[in-house]
Design a protein around this ligand. Structure first.
Ligand code: MLT
Length: 410
């Protein structure tokens, strides 16, 4: 008899960003005259860089000629792209990663969910709280998280590592030993970072206890301060414990174009098995690669002109972050992030709950943000704004927020 995967039935409600989108659509349908500014989901607004567009056009033309047509891509992705990644993202950082340790993919979100395929359901995961919900939900889908406890908004078989203002929104080493540790720096949602020494502590810990770190570095391009590691492979020993996820979404605007990559060093072994070989086997079976035009476009990001152009876009978003931060300074609202990250994580004013503040901003300012509670228990009372909006909307949004908060204090 047919049976559904019951793990899916244990999932609470809908995916955070779908819930928000539904709320916003309902508001919009009821108030069609209101102009809503979206600073919720971390989706970029600037168009792709000109060199990326040229490369896409060129590659599409190549697909139309027999001599330059491309069918299935190689399992790991095209070598010219993987070489460019190694040169730019690893060699320059003194990190020892080779081109055949890179798996080009359709993005870090899919990879962060899919990687769990190769791990036993008996492994115990450790996640930050607050956390990017994909790490937890995909483990729940795999049956690795136990049961959902609605009153606590937690799963019974997950190690939650609290990240609070007291810990600078960074996790401390867990008391209970995990098998898989999810780390994301610069962090989504809090925008926090850790130093190289602090990350080294995690690497040493994982090697000591035999855990695997899944390191999500999707926001690396926003690092502006010294002593913040750009890749976990800057740390000694990371090759024997860490998998790194990277993305072209936030640095080069590929949220809709889709390209990312996962790095697995060949010597990463657990339980007598080679993780690289296992992931290779999985990808070769379940994934047919990223299209020729998209891989060419991703490679164009690493050209001299490409680097210049994407840096201009990143600076634009960084300026948006400064605009939001300075409004919060003016309002006397506590926040973190924005410096090494496109996200600003703020304390809801007047001790409001996250969803209460979400409703207030949606209804009164027509501005959409993300309620911190949606990322976990320790996100309660916090709110995330993204700097990925366009300049005019960002300025308009902070003016509207200021007005709403001024009315609140009357
Ligand atoms: C976010 O808003 O947290 C991100 O857009 C999520 C993602 O990159 O999938």
């Amino acid at each position: 008899m047919f049976k559904i995967n019951e793990n899916y039935l244990k999932l609470p409600g809908s995916y955070l960003f779908s819930t928000i989108a539904k709320k916003v659509s309902a508001y919009s349908a009821a108030n069609p005259d209101k102009e809503i500014i979206r600073l919720g989901i971390g989706d970029v607004t600037l168009p792709l860089a000109p060199v990326v567009i040229d490369s896409l056009h060129n590659a599409v033309d190549e697909m139309g000629k027999a001599e330059t047509f491309h069918g299935y891509a190689p399992d790991l992705g095209y070598e010219f792209l993987r070489n460019a990644i190694v040169e730019h993202d690893y060699k320059k950082r003194g990190a020892d990663i080779s081109a055949d340790e890179i798996f080009v993919s359709d993005g870090a979100k899919s990879d962060s969910g899919n990687i769990g395929d190769i791990f036993s359901v008996d492994n115990k995961i450790a996640v930050c709280d607050p956390v990017y919900p994909v790490y937890v939900d995909t483990n729940a889908m795999a049956g690795r998280t136990g049961d959902y406890i609605p009153e606590q908004q937690k799963w019974s078989n997950v190690i939650y590592m609290p990240c609070t203002a007291e810990t600078n929104f960074a996790p401390e080493l867990p008391k209970e030993t995990p098998d898989i540790i999810y780390l994301c720096f610069p962090n989504n949602p809090t925008g926090s970072t850790i130093t190289k020494d602090e990350l080294q502590r995690w690497v040493d810990y994982a090697n000591k206890v035999g855990a695997v770190i899944i390191y999500d570095a999707a926001y690396e391009a926003y690092i502006s301060e010294e002593n913040v590691p750009h890749t976990i492979y800057e740390c000694e020993g990371a090759r024997t414990c860490a998998i790194e996820l990277r993305s072209f979404s936030k640095n080069a605007g590929f949220t809709g174009t889709r390209c990312g990559y996962t790095v697995i060093p060949k010597e990463l072994e657990r339980d007598g098995h080679n993780i690289y070989a296992t992931w290779y086997r999985r990808q070769a079976t379940k994934f047919n690669g990223v299209s020729w035009p998209v891989q060419c476009a991703a490679a164009a990001v690493f050209s001299e002109e490409g680097q210049k152009q994407i840096k201009e876009n990143i600076s634009y978003y960084q300026e948006n972050a400064r605009i939001i931060a300075s409004a919060l300074d003016e309002l006397g609202i506590y926040y973190t992030g924005g410096k090494n990250s496109p996200y600003i994580w703020l304390k809801c004013p007047n001790n409001m709950g996250s969803w209460e503040f979400f409703d207030l901003l949606l209804n009164e300012a027509n501005v959409v943000g993300t309620p911190g509670e949606g990322f976990g228990e320790n996100g309660a009372g916090y709110f995330r704004l993204t700097s990925f909006g366009d300049r005019e909307n960002t300025i308009e949004a902070v003016e509207r927020i200021k007005k709403v908060l001024a009315n609140l204090s009357k």
